[in-house]
Design a protein around this ligand. Structure first.
Ligand code: GDG
Length: 425
């Protein structure tokens, strides 16, 4: 038993080790939870991101961190295997085919046990524990067995699939049993909650769409916006994409839509900046996606660009967070075109960066964000014409739509999300 009245348990600690020291790491979950934790006395249990490294608990940026060590076999079986090659594609409606492997499942169980034990050791009597996401679905059940005194919440950041898909999972009963240790499960959309409730109504559930920390999207100085636009040739329309390079995000589809519009002569004076954070690069489907994206970028630039004037400006690196605001503010049209996405914080960050009503958001109807940001230019990424139509509509945007979305995001930030979940818990 520990002395923390509030414990967050997540696959990753909110840090990355860069050359011997820690830095805040990017990603939706980190962006969402760090501000919440800082304002409450508590700790964060998670994996520091390096394989085979055993660390003592430490403080970072005002947050008390409790590291869980993963070895190479854990990393391959639990993380790359069961979490990201079984659950991730299954919960994103089989965009690629999930792989079901007994040895991955066994690692998933073993690693969930490590997290449950670490959380049990950190939590004070009667503490509140908030478990995050699909990598840790067995933790609530294991933790409840170790520590019946705890109040346990679980939030699923990714979609929950229809029962007909979930039932493919050979270990579906064990996963449901694990989740039943919870006092409350939160989902991004009512549709996810409804899917889950078709399987069981024994657990209390709720819908809590996650949001952003408005303070993290810094107002960009006019000069840096102008400078960025000049660097890409001062186009009439500057288009932007910001994603982890993941097959769920529909990056290739937006490139194909742009290529087709250029071909038809409907767009000419444009530049498209695609920032793509490297992600899960040892998994074959991720390598294939990267190859396809880069091939399309090369082809489009070869066909429609010129020397010193490419159409697509592509960065395959993580950009420092403080620069993202300039990209968002400078972009006339933001392209968020996932096939399936729990929420998509990038869409909300773009809206937050446009308080004056300028700019336009092209948004997939399959992103959780489309429920709240319904004034966006919605599209179906499975239908290229629909993406093209949305882009064309976004070239002459209605400022009232952006203002309405901006007001919504300002009212419903990540602090409101956490408050709503914890109050319900
Ligand atoms: C999962 C769910 C859900 C991106 N590039 C850089 C960078 N980012 C930041 C963005 C944003 C975050 O990463 C990405 O969040 P998303 O929500 O778009 O996507 P996932 O990583 O797939 O997150 C998702 C989320 O969890 C939260 O519940 O919304 O549906 O899939 O904040 O700004 N940050 C920095 N450099 C980059 O290059 N610093």
């Amino acid at each position: 038993m520990g002395d923390n009245a509030f414990v967050v348990v997540a696959n990753r600690l909110p840090v990355d080790r860069v050359g011997g020291r820690y830095e805040v790491s990017p990603g939706g979950l980190v962006a969402a939870l760090a501000p919440v934790l800082r304002s409450r006395e508590g700790c964060w249990v998670g994996w520091p991101g390096d394989v085979g490294v055993e660390l003592e608990p430490f403080m970072f940026n005002g947050i008390s961190l409790v590291p869980v060590a993963l070895d190479q076999e854990d990393f391959e079986g639990f993380y790359e295997g069961f979490s990201n090659s079984t659950l991730w594609p299954l919960y994103h409606d089989l965009i690629v085919t999930p792989e079901y492997k007994q040895e991955w499942w066994e690692r998933y169980v073993a690693v969930n046990e490590k997290f449950a034990r670490a959380a049990a050791g950190a939590a004070a009597h009667g503490a509140t524990v908030w478990v995050q996401d699909y990598q840790l679905q067995l933790v609530p059940g294991m933790l409840k067995a170790l520590r019946p005194d705890l109040t346990i919440g679980f939030f699923l950041h990714i979609p929950f699939p229809a029962p007909a898909l979930f039932q493919q999972l050979p270990w579906r009963n064990e996963v449901l049993e694990g989740l039943k240790g919870c006092d409350l499960i939160g989902f991004q959309r009512h549709a996810d909650e409804d899917n889950f409730r078709l399987l069981t109504t024994e657990i209390r559930t709720g819908t809590f769409p996650i949001s952003i920390d408005l303070g993290e999207i810094e107002a960009a100085p006019e000069a840096s916006i102008r400078n960025l636009r000049e660097r890409v040739g001062d186009p009439e329309h500057l288009l932007l994409g910001v994603d982890r390079l993941d097959y769920t995000k529909g990056i290739l589809q937006r490139l194909l839509a742009i290529e087709s519009l250029l071909e038809e002569g409907k767009l000419d004076d444009i530049a498209f900046i695609q920032l793509a954070t490297p992600s899960r690069e040892r998994i074959e489907h991720y390598r294939t996606t990267r190859r396809e994206v880069e091939e399309a970028i090369g082809r489009i630039n070869g066909r429609f660009g010129d020397v010193g004037r490419p159409v697509v400006h592509y960065v395959h690196r993580s950009i420092p967070r403080e620069q993202l605001g300039t990209y968002y503010a400078a972009a006339d049209i933001m392209l968020v075109t996932p096939f399936k996405d729990g929420m998509n914080l990038v869409a909300k960050e773009y809206v937050a960066a446009h308080p004056g009503g300028d700019g336009a958001l092209v948004l997939s109807e399959f992103a959780g964000a489309a429920v709240e940001l319904h004034q966006a230019y919605l599209c179906n990424p499975f239908d290229l014409e629909s993406v093209k139509d949305a882009i064309m509509a976004a070239t002459e945007p209605d400022p009232a739509r952006m203002r309405q979305m901006h007001d919504w995001v300002v009212e419903h930030d990540v602090a409101a999300w956490a408050r709503a979940f914890l109050e319900a818990l």
